[in-house]
Design a protein around this ligand. Structure first.
Ligand code: 5GP
Ligand code: MG
Length: 177
């Protein structure tokens, strides 16, 4: 697995330090309130697990299965909601966590759905945001790192289901694609 990595973009200890700061920011913005956190699967599971353990407070944690890449390296342009039911968010403050903001379609679609379900407020956090023109107008409230417009793997992000368990963010060698 490691042999398929072309270059380490963000090392494990750098991610950990950044998560400390993001958690501080979130604690500051939601003082003493039980919020609903919605983790977008599958990509955000590593990021969310590490970030949420830095929030020593009452949270209701839900997951939402969405897909847009369908295993490849280009966004398909369509966001599929794979769950039959959305988490109950009426009147609640919600924090949505995703692995990476790319075209923006995923986050925009999820925010719109949750707002439609009557959430009082929907904030968003991503580990990575690609420096590119978004296909839809959306930005995240909490961003771990801005990265260039290239395909990355690791720390939850996959290529055809693999590499999610790499502890860092890297790029994939061409021969591995
Ligand atoms: P968007 O809807 O913003 O185009 O894309 C968001 C989703 O596409 C992410 O949740 C992630 O699953 C996938 N994605 C976007 N860029 C990358 C990337 O560089 N690597 C991987 N593995 N997935 C990505
Ligand atoms: Mg994905």
């Amino acid at each position: 697995m490691e042999a398929d990595v072309e270059r380490v973009l963000i090392a494990e200890d750098v991610i950990e330090k950044r998560l400390d700061a993001m958690a501080r920011e979130i604690r500051h913005d939601f003082p003493g309130e039980v919020i609903v956190v919605i983790v977008l699967l599958k990509g955000a599971f590593v990021f969310a697990a590490d970030l949420l353990r830095r929030l020593p407070r009452m949270l209701e944690i839900e997951c939402l299965n969405v897909a847009s890449y369908h295993g490849g390296t280009e966004s398909s342009g369509e966001v599929d909601f794979l769950d039959r039911k959305l988490p109950e968010v009426r009147g609640r403050r919600v924090l949505v966590l995703d692995d990476i903001l790319d075209t923006g379609r995923t986050l925009a679609a999820v925010v719109e759905r949750l707002a439609g379900e009557g959430a009082a407020e929907v904030r968003t956090g991503v580990l990575l945001a690609k420096d590119r023109v978004r296909a839809v107008e959306v930005e995240a409230d909490y961003v771990g790192f801005e990265i260039g417009d290239e395909f990355v793997i690791g720390y939850g992000l996959d290529y055809q289901g693999r590499y999610r368990n790499l502890p860092y963010i890297g790029t994939l060698r061409r021969e591995a694609m």
